[in-house]
Design a protein around this ligand. Structure first.
Ligand code: SF4
Length: 377
């Protein structure tokens, strides 16, 4: 997020009516994977999870309203003790709108019958499992702490507990990553949603710090994605966003809200949120979060119109269905409508298509989302 002059401190610990979409970040992991650039850390290096959940619940208590979508991500939410996790689930269960979608992420190694029963009992209805690969060799090279046997047990346990909406993450882009085997595992197990991410060694990941990058070329990664699209779509699991696939009706509503420039509450260290036109990010520092409750934010109401248009397109053109400008806030709608010449040039270049109020990327445009957005800079 560009900070610029708008960067100031913001107190999320104030009572306010909030949007009906909630993201909670649990930065705890058992071990840190060497390719990972997310804000997460081994459990023993962070404050006691109970103290962290106290702070999260404290922040949640200032949010007035019920939630239509909830996403508890990380990190690894399943890495914290069950009793601690239960305290969070209990509070959220009191705040659900009818027809809600509630997702929780887990590592396959942590998927026990106790965990899934607890999630089901409190009303979690979408379970996202970090399988990453079906190859033990690849899992080992990625530094993952689970095996394909754990992946298989995790699906079985989740299905037996009655989860119909199961999502899985995979990573591709290591040499000889046995991608077909991984996709076959998804298809065999009838998994309804898949997030397929390219391996990128970047930021503060250990591999990047060590100057180690085992990933294949961009061209080969593109071929992997083409293969993934072909195999999944042939079986009715459709690509609905650059990296996400689902059976019709199983798309993640929580993510769609974010890509549609919808507002949402973000709670926890490192969590992003977007309320009243203000994008904020909690400092990626759990100790600071627990002790000082400081959040940085940027008031996008004060952003220049071109930056708003750029941000809207950067998010919205990730989705195959694109965006409906009639459903955007007046600020965003105007930012795009006042740049009709840019929209026309993107259309002429074959990067987007416009049907009435819908703006969507072409299949070529999906390869150039950053370039599309930068035209508005
Ligand atoms: S990849 Fe996932 S499990 Fe591994 S360190 Fe990052 S957040 Fe934790």
């Amino acid at each position: 997020m560009p900070a610029g002059d708008n960067k100031i401190l913001f107190d999320c610990f104030k009572p306010r009516i909030v949007p009906p979409h909630l993201y909670i970040h649990i930065p705890y992991c058992v071990t840190k994977c060497p390719y990972c650039d997310f804000y997460s850390a081994p459990i023993e290096s962070l404050p006691n999870p109970d103290i962290y959940i106290d702070a999260v619940l404290d922040e949640l208590s200032f949010c007035i309203g019920k939630f239509d979508t909830i996403f508890i991500g990380g990190g690894t939410p399943s890495a914290i003790p069950l009793k601690t996790f239960e305290r969070l689930l209990k509070k959220i269960a009191e705040r659900l709108k009818s027809g809600y979608e509630w997702s929780v992420e887990a590592n396959p190694k942590d998927v026990t019958s106790e965990l899934v029963r607890m999630l089901k009992d409190y009303g979690v209805n979408r379970f996202s499992i970090g399988f990453q690969s079906s190859s033990d060799n690849v899992l080992k090279r990625l530094g993952r702490r689970h095996s394909q046997k754990d992946n298989e047990c995790a699906v079985e346990t989740a299905v037996n507990a009655g989860f119909e909406k199961i999502s899985g993450d995979i990573i591709f882009g290591l040499p000889n990553d046995e991608l077909e085997k991984t996709l076959d595992f998804f298809l065999q197990n009838n998994i309804s949603h898949l997030s397929a991410y390219e391996l990128h060694v970047e930021g503060n990941s250990r591999w990047n710090i060590d100057g180690y990058d085992p990933s294949v070329s961009d061209e080969e990664k593109m071929k992997c994605m083409e293969k993934t699209i072909f195999i999944l779509e042939e079986r009715g699991i459709m690509r609905y966003e650059i990296s996400n696939f689902a059976k019709p009706g199983f798309e993640c509503r929580s993510h769609i809200n974010v890509w549609s420039s919808g507002e949402y509450v973000g709670i926890g260290a490192g969590a992003h949120g977007f309320e009243q036109g203000i994008r904020y990010v909690h400092l990626p520092n759990t100790k600071e979060y627990v002790e000082n409750k400081i959040v940085e934010y940027e008031d996008s109401n004060k952003l220049k119109e071109n930056a708003i248009a750029m941000e809207t397109m950067m998010l919205g053109m990730r989705m195959i269905r694109g965006i409906d400008i009639e459903k955007l806030s007046p600020l965003r709608k105007n930012a795009l409508m006042n740049r009709k010449n840019i929209l026309d040039s993107l259309t002429a270049d074959g990067l987007i298509e416009i049907f009435g109020s819908i703006i969507k990327p072409t299949s070529r445009g999906l390869l150039f989302v950053n370039e599309i957005a930068l035209r508005f800079a």
